[in-house]
Design a protein. Structure first.
Length: 241
């Protein structure tokens, strides 16, 4: 209990002076005890007890006098050291009781849960499976959306404004992966080795030709794209094709 007494005293001194060093706190306590409490004491005494009770100096065998214990208790707001011990023992008992009560409540809760799970094992399993099934179904059937991003489609979250003006499209994995707008030139592969078309074209809202890597609708106009031809290549892309 002496250790707690000195810990509380040095803590109060720290709050009063804003210093947390051993010598700074001891100097403050020297002034308070000498000037305010009319109990002359040298700061070295407080340094020694700081080292013993705060620093846990095992070699410090000095013990405070009963007068000092009473005066420190008075500094902390108690009548004397006996009053300090009595009230702090009561606090410890109440805190221990509260801890035990909390532990009992936790244990009771665990026991109730264990009995419930044991008595309703089938219900718990079925409910869990239903929840898992619902989550899987919801995930699989929740609409996904995409929007045209000038050169390609990208997946986005639902946006009411974009949906209302027709920019939002239902997610299409093939559109995401294969449908791109490109800048066609003489080095572009317009056909594969078998002669099949690899590029499609269409006009945008400004009537300018644009070229895409897959068949489908033009992202801006919604009109069907046309497969590229040698005539279109030579006329609009590469004269020497």
């Amino acid at each position: 209990m002496k250790k707690k007494l000195f810990q509380d005293a040095f803590k109060k001194a720290e709050n009063q002076c804003g210093n947390n060093t051993k010598h700074g706190l001891s100097h403050h306590l020297e002034k308070v005890f000498t000037d305010d409490l009319r109990f002359p004491i040298n700061r070295i005494t407080f340094v020694r007890y700081y080292e013993k009770y705060i620093g846990d100096d095992k070699n410090n065998r000095g013990n405070p006098s009963s007068d000092l214990l009473n005066k420190i208790s008075e500094y902390l707001g108690y009548k004397n050291y006996e009053d300090f011990v009595s009230k702090n023992n009561s606090k410890s008992i109440e805190e221990n009781k509260a801890t035990i009560d909390n532990q009992d409540e936790v244990l009771k809760g665990k026991n109730h849960l264990h009995r419930f799970l044991k008595n309703h094992k089938t219900t718990v399993i079925v409910s869990s499976l239903l929840v898992i099934g619902f989550l899987i179904y919801y995930s699989a059937n929740t609409p996904r959306w995409m929007v045209w991003n000038e050169t390609n489609y990208m997946e986005v979250t639902f946006d009411t404004e974009k949906y209302n003006i027709g920019q939002l499209k239902l997610y299409n994995e093939n559109r995401i992966k294969y449908f791109k707008k490109i800048n066609a030139d003489c080095d572009t592969d317009f056909f594969d080795s078998s002669g099949n078309v690899k590029i499609w074209y269409g006009k945008n809202n400004n009537k300018a030709l644009e070229y895409f890597t897959d068949l489908g609708l033009h992202p801006e106009t919604g009109k069907t794209l046309h497969p590229i031809t040698e005539y279109m290549i030579q006329k609009y892309i590469c004269e020497d094709y």
